[in-house]
Design a protein around this ligand. Sequence first.
Ligand SMILES: O=C(O)c1ccccc1N[C@@H]1O[C@H](COP(=O)(O)O)[C@@H](O)[C@H]1O
Length: 219
Amino acid sequence: MGTRTAVKICGLTRPDDVDAAVEAGADAIGFVLYPPSPRHVTPEQAAELAARLPAFVTPVLLFVNTPAPEVLAAAAAVPGALVQFHGDETPADCWAATGQGRLAFLRAARIPLDPGTPPFDLVGFARRFDRARAILLDAHVPGYGGGGRTFDWSLLPAAPDSHLVLSGGLTPGNVTEGITTLRPLCRTLSVDVSSGVEASKGVKDHGRIREFIAAVREA
Ligand SMILES: O=C(O)c1ccccc1N[C@@H]1O[C@H](COP(=O)(O)O)[C@@H](O)[C@H]1O
């Protein structure tokens, strides 16, 4: 029997959606602190929404190329927050923006979609970001993320030492296949969904959140 697959629901902007995701059994809730995103929340809104979370549900603050002082200020207002770097941050940027490792972080790897590109060097990426708690896999889309696109899971190389988070175009209908494909490749697997459980951008569909989590629990 494998480890339990943790579920992160990302891109929440409304108190009711946070409560619904918690009631459905989410393990982590993500807030997008990237102003160009249609799911963007301010640091103050993220702090208010995160304050609704019970113990053992982790708030995740998502940033794209944000200066370290802004990351640190936002995280200071959200006790227990994990930080997700979803842009072009280097290991040194991650180190600085986590206050020299005082905050735990996820690093997103954006997997190319163009046919003909060489397989993504996941082991090399994980080695480069060896301080990350997990590597989050997303499809490489314009605008950095939240594009609802899947990448070809079957092309991903094994990374047996890595904690991975599968994201990018997950839905209640495909998450089981994603878990079955990737779980044997890594040390632990979690999943992350945003647009696949939305009614419209930034507004979650509570029924789809419940369906998604039920599918993960049955996988
Ligand atoms: O949601 C966004 O707008 C976003 C913007 C910039 C970077 C990442 C973003 N979203 C994250 O991308 C993954 C996959 O999302 P999806 O399920 O394909 O919609 C997830 O972590 C989102 O929160």
